[in-house]
Ligand binder design. Structure first.
Ligand SMILES: [Zn+2]
Length: 359
């Protein structure tokens, strides 16, 4: 049995059983989706979404798009090449026949064939699934209203107009349309202003109109590139931030000279890496949120390692990479480098740390 065959066998209730087996809590359920805690990386926030339609998962904190095998691998801490262990685990939990046998001692060679096939097909999937643009008219149902909250955080109305920021009065959400480099609408995210919602689902959630989700694979885009492409190519450098908001703040600070794009997460996907290299930049500045309280903490070391593994190492063979690191305590815990105004950001940029090239 291949991974694909296994996945085809699994029914909704099997997936539910496996999630429960992994100790997941169901925070939300409807006809289209479930939301559970992020068991995929031993997290506790309810940010692992399961979309029934595509039978796929999306972890909105760390892991991105996953299938059930990926979720199990994360939960069991299996390495990439150990995915057959995850398949065995699933088979045992669901009493599916023959699995252990197929992956057991019997035929080593076919195991390896299978791994190659699995790797190839998962890659192909990502490539063959281009983002289908949405109809922009869906945005007409929202209002052009700009909340004080963001103005206070250093985002001008001009910027919000430029980026088509809208407001949903009935959901009390700031609406953030995502456009690709060709100005096609590829997704919509909502930023909740209701505290209970934020606590439960996090600040940002994919947006739903009727039964339809306006979500997209965030890793298939660099948010803000449609506006900042010229500045990036002229300066031959690019600054990577985590969230859309940082792109808006830097737009208010630098306008036409803004060379910032958001990863919409804290990992660099292969797709994003490819896009950055195609831009022909010489330098990539990494400006992620300050996920540590003090610079000598384990939390800080762990965060530094994460940035190195997930971003720096992927880029440093090709371009100069520097990192904004808050050594002078200019930022609060969880702040983005763009949160404390232009002066602070410029100071951080002046003291950026070059991590150089690997080769
Ligand atoms: Zn995860």
């Amino acid at each position: 049995m291949t991974a694909q065959e296994l996945k085809e066998k699994l029914k909704e209730e099997d997936i539910r059983k496996l999630l429960i087996e992994m100790g997941a809590t169901f925070y939300y359920e409807d006809d289209d989706m479930w939301i559970t805690d992020t068991i995929c990386h031993h997290g506790t926030k309810p940010k692992l979404y399961y979309y029934k339609d595509s039978m796929s998962f999306h972890c909105y904190t760390e892991c991105g798009q996953l299938d059930i095998i990926g979720v199990v691998m994360g939960y069991k801490d299996y390495e990439q090449e150990e995915f057959q262990k995850a398949i065995n685990w699933i088979c045992i939990k669901l009493n599916l026949d023959n699995c252990e046998y197929g992956f057991g001692k019997q035929e080593q060679i076919s195991d390896w064939e299978f791994i190659r096939k699995y790797k190839k097909s998962s890659k192909k999937e990502a490539k063959e699934k281009p983002l289908v643009p949405y109809d922009k008219s869906v945005l007409n149902i929202f209002q052009k209203m700009y909340t004080d909250e963001w103005i206070k955080e250093g985002i001008s109305i001009e910027t919000m107009e430029k980026y088509n920021i809208l407001y949903s009065t009935w959901q009390q959400k700031i609406i953030i349309p995502h456009f690709d480099v060709n100005n096609q609408l590829i997704g919509v995210r909502g930023r909740s202003l209701i505290d209970e919602d934020i606590e439960l689902f996090g600040k940002y959630t994919p947006f739903k109109v009727g039964r339809r989700f306006y979500n997209h694979s965030l890793g298939m885009n660099l948010f803000g590139l449609n506006h900042n492409l010229k500045a990036i190519q002229k300066k031959r450098k690019i600054m990577l931030v985590e969230a859309e908001k940082s792109v808006f703040q830097t737009d208010t600070m630098f306008g036409e000279d803004n060379f910032t794009v958001a990863l919409c997460g804290s990992n660099l996907t292969d797709y994003q890496k490819g896009m950055i290299l195609m831009l022909g930049v010489r330098e990539v500045i990494i400006a992620l949120d300050k996920q540590y309280e003090t610079i000598d903490s384990d939390e800080c070391k762990k965060w530094a390692k994460h940035i190195k593994d997930k971003i720096v190492d992927k880029l440093s063979p090709f371009v100069t990479v520097s990192v904004l690191w808050d050594t002078n305590d200019l930022l609060e815990y969880k702040d983005s480098p763009t949160d404390r105004g232009k002066e602070t950001l410029l100071q951080l940029m002046e003291n950026k740390i070059y991590v150089g090239t690997n080769q």
